[in-house]
Design a protein around this ligand. Sequence first.
Ligand code: DAT
Ligand code: MG
Length: 143
Amino acid sequence: MAVERTLTILKPDCVRKGLIGEVTKRIQDAGFKILAMKLTRLTADTAGGFYAVHKERPFYGELCEFMSSGACVPMILEKENAVADFRALIGATNPAEAEAGTIRADFADSVGENIIHGSDSVENGQIEAAYFFAESDVVANNA
Ligand code: DAT
Ligand code: MG
């Protein structure tokens, strides 16, 4: 299996609930290496750009508002098969449908406020990583 990178965001509900440490521990315990991370706060416009693919969806406005409602923590992660394994770790978009033991099943309140983002492909992961980080922010050899 190929070593891949994926982009995650600990969303504003994760930060508000005091779960940065707990969720990050789950990520590290699952074997993901953190190559970049920061605490930041998106504007509605920045959040809208990140989720531009959902522009026509009825929940887009709500999503931009939520994602800019407080601090969030984007990270670039690396692992073998990172994209699919990370999606499995976080669970389904709707926490009510997420498998028991996944991050969203355990911590998320609703489909709109679901604690954490994970890229859906290696290509999108690269685009999303570049949205938050410069190449010089990435510590590839951090063991
Ligand atoms: P995911 O975050 O699992 O990749 P997605 O890409 O389909 O899911 O949607 C992006 C985000 O948009 C999702 O994390 C929360 C929000 N969202 C998706 N579907 C929604 C819905 N039906 N109602 C409200 N928010 C929704
Ligand atoms: Mg998605």
